[in-house]
Design a protein around this ligand. Structure first.
Ligand SMILES: [Cu+2]
Length: 363
């Protein structure tokens, strides 16, 4: 187990992040977006992240390019240009430097320029923007379709093409880990009398080490607090997956940043998104429409695995052997899933909680 940086306090972490921010502010505008984006590991957010998460689908690659290479540098350049212009005007045309102002009211050339230039900039943005939009909504022929149903507060999945298997994904909570570790009786003895914030705080504190070293029930998993679920869904590598999305109660949103997928789940309607994941691993997302009390507790976890592992997983789920199903997914993505904590840039290997989110593999 790597422990580098785990003892660092949140304060030190913030100070370091502040220093980093100052350095970054000084670098070239176009580079800033690219550099920071590199800190966002595939599949989940990382400490100090500012840019997008890594892309593992063609759509997300284009989204990242559109933002990091085109729109963000343009915005930064325009902002700097206007700021500089404003500064120059304040100095050059102050009463001191320009006591007799010009009486000029029209300048045709200038007016044409400040109308045409913005139009050109907008056209420059619009063309790739529409291309990207069409890419997102022109669904290629599916190899596989999944139905995702939002519930307050968990996701249900069905695989109509794969023996109609069904999966329910519930978030793994602090409470789940503590109950698995202590047993039901000892758990209620220790926490039964607590309520509200006191309970939340106690659960958070006591479960902290368990995210690093999960109890037997979750052995072998790399647990990520607020993102890991009991039953993940799986999809085969490089296959076009259509996700049909709906809801049982209120509006939710099925969102996986690394896939570039984000679609509302509306009761009584079916919406859809598609993705083609090009890298094995586990990719996390969250419900992205404020849907009620436990909105933050209905994450999405998708494993991208090879065809054989996917077939085995389908068979195990069909036989309702969820433990075996989980084992198949873990084995198939061993060493291929999220970046380990040690692989993140050194100074960003932040405080204890983040360390717990990215434990080293236990096997
Ligand atoms: Cu929701």
């Amino acid at each position: 187990m790597k422990t580098t940086g785990i003892s660092r306090t949140a304060g030190q972490y913030r100070a370091q992040l502040g220093a980093r921010m100052l350095t970054v502010t000084g670098t070239a505008a176009a580079l800033a977006g690219m550099t920071l984006a590199a800190y966002a590991a595939a599949g989940q957010p990382s400490p100090g992240q500012i840019g997008f998460q890594d892309a593992v689908t063609p759509v997300m690659e284009d989204i990242r390019w559109f933002h990091n290479v085109l729109v963000n540098p343009l915005i930064i350049a325009i902002t700097l240009f206007v700021m500089a212009l404003l500064g120059y005007v304040m100095w050059r045309f102050s009463e001191k430097n320009n006591s007799t102002p010009s009486r000029l009211t029209h300048h045709t050339g200038l007016e044409v320029a400040w109308t045409v230039l913005p139009i050109l900039i907008l056209v420059m943005i619009a063309i790739p923007s529409f291309k990207l939009l069409f890419k997102e909504y022109e669904f290629p022929k599916p190899d596989l379709t999944i139905k995702a149903t939002g519930n307050a507060w968990f996701w249900d999945y069905e695989y109509p093409d794969n023996d109609k298997i069904k999966i329910t994904s519930n978030m793994i909570s602090d409470e789940d880990l503590l109950e698995a570790k202590l047993g039901k009786a000892a758990y209620s003895q220790q926490f039964g009398a607590l309520t509200g914030t006191a309970l939340t705080k106690a659960l958070y504190q006591e479960s902290k080490p368990l995210w690093l070293n999960p109890p037997e029930k979750f052995a072998g998993s790399r647990l990520v607090r607020q993102l890991s679920v009991d039953n993940e869904i799986a999809v085969p590598l490089n296959k076009v997956v259509h996700v049909l999305i709906t809801s049982n109660d209120v509006i939710h949103s099925w969102t996986v940043p690394s896939f570039g997928s984000k679609m509302q789940a509306v009761p009584g309607r079916v919406t859809a998104t598609w993705f083609q994941a090009t890298k094995e691993g586990v990719y996390y997302g969250q419900c992205s429409v404020l849907c009620g009390r436990n909105h933050s507790a209905m994450p999405i976890a998708v494993r991208v695995v090879n065809d054989q592992a996917f077939a085995n997983w389908v068979a195990a789920v069909k036989a309702r052997d969820m433990k075996k199903a989980r084992g198949i997914l873990l084995a198939a993505t061993e060493g291929k899933d999220i970046r380990t904590f040690a692989e993140l840039p050194g100074s960003l290997a932040g405080d204890g909680l983040q360390a717990a989110a990215l434990p080293e593999p236990t096997r």
